[in-house]
Design a protein around this ligand. Structure first.
Ligand code: PLP
Length: 377
């Protein structure tokens, strides 16, 4: 039997990505960081916004380079024709060195094994691998310990295939505003740089700060600032909302699939964790934890319908979520429902959803699966 090669209409659940808002945020940070470079961090599929459209928009808006964590993401950006430096902000397996060099990505180096693997590949491909030395000042994820940096440079700095373009660290507690810890980490980083320089190991591009530093600590900008979540419209912490004006980039919308009324005492959803206490109107929204709309929102969140807040009731299931639309005049199947964004003057932000989930906005945005169609504005 012959079938059409494509469907004629998509389902109602969509994530709207406002690339103009994104570009405006990038320009805001570009102005803020002044003479320092701006890296647009677009890891994790650009925090859920789509790595290629976000990468293209970031470059158009003036980002000097891009940061991702996977070689695959870097390769996708290169395939899309992006030619600014693309940093891999994670360690990689040595077998990924060939691709990293082939796609002209910039590596984070924190082990001799990786330095040697990159060097071998660079020599084999007749290229120079651009590398940044990662110093671990306290996050303890990966990086060379400050007291081991000198030995590390003695063993790797002269490898002919490596071009040591930069050195960096990443703070553990800047978002939390723990400035004592952050200042100690910064001092440790600067001491390491000075020690290395004394012995002739020089790194032109020094960087340490992410969004929080960009917003709050000009004194730690150094040569480059790496901004991620804030470019998507959310400063990492609520205290920063008053310090900078940003535009949320993502909205999440759907439509009511079905509306029905239940009598008092009716259990609703898997396990019946919600029971109606009166005649209640229940609506079905076609999104669930399989889409990245978290199960933590079960009986614990809201959506906007006809400008009013409707409570999520029962357990969020894989593909569907139920809301209580009792008392919303005229409510009916097909009505628009806003899960994140504005409707008739009310607004649900990613940060509010994160609060319901006891999480951070990064998880709300980046958790949204690819099966939720992105619509770019
Ligand atoms: C994710 C990440 C960033 C960006 O952090 P935000 O707080 O989202 O701005 C910067 N640097 C590194 C190394 C990262 O992993």
């Amino acid at each position: 039997m012959a079938h059409p090669s494509t469907i004629t209409a998509h389902g109602p659940t969509v994530a709207e990505v406002d690339l103009e808002a994104f570009k405006e945020n990038v320009r805001t940070f570009k102005r803020l960081v002044g003479n320092s470079r701006l890296m647009a961090v677009i890891k994790t599929n650009a925090y859920g916004h789509g790595v290629v459209p976000s990468g293209e928009a970031a470059v158009r808006a003036g980002a000097d380079c891009l940061g991702v964590t996977m070689v695959e993401e870097g390769a996708q950006l290169r395939a899309a024709g992006i030619d600014v430096p693309i940093h891999i902000l994670s360690s990689i397996m040595s077998w990924q060195a060939a691709d990293l060099v082939a796609y002209d990505l910039t590596a984070s180096v924190s082990s001799l094994d990786l330095a040697h693997a990159l060097n071998r590949e660079a020599v084999r491909q007749n290229k120079a691998a651009s590398v940044h030395l990662k110093i671990d000042t306290g996050l303890h994820r990966f990086g060379i310990q400050p007291e081991e940096a000198l030995d590390f440079c003695r063993a790797s700095y002269e490898l002919p295939g490596l071009e040591w373009e930069g050195i960096y660290t990443h703070f553990s507690s800047a978002d939390e505003g723990e400035w004592n810890t952050t200042e100690k980490q910064y001092a440790s980083f600067m001491n390491t740089i000075a020690t290395l320089k004394k012995d002739g190991y020089y790194f032109p591009v020094r960087h340490a700060g992410a969004s929080t530093i960009a917003i709050e600590r000009r004194d730690m900008y150094l040569d480059m600032v790496r901004c991620g979540i804030a470019l998507f419209g959310y400063p990492p912490e609520e205290r920063q909302d008053s310090m900078i004006s940003l535009k949320p980039v993502m909205g999440l919308k759907s439509r009511l699939l079905h509306v029905h009324e239940l009598p008092p005492g009716s259990p609703v959803g898997y396990g019946g964790s919600y029971v109606t206490s009166d005649y209640e109107k229940i609506a079905v929204v076609p999104i669930g934890h399989g889409d990245g709309y978290h199960r933590a929102l079960s009986n614990n969140g809201q959506m906007l319908v006809r400008g009013q807040r409707a409570e999520i009731i029962g357990e969020v299931s894989l593909d569907q979520t139920l809301i209580n639309v009792t008392g919303i005049p005229g409510v009916s199947a097909g009505d628009e429902v806003v899960l994140m964004g504005e409707q008739q003057g009310d607004y649900i932000s990613g940060r509010e959803i994160a609060g319901w989930m006891d999480s951070i906005v990064d998880e709300v945005l980046s958790g949204l699966k690819e099966r939720v169609e992105r619509i770019y504005k």
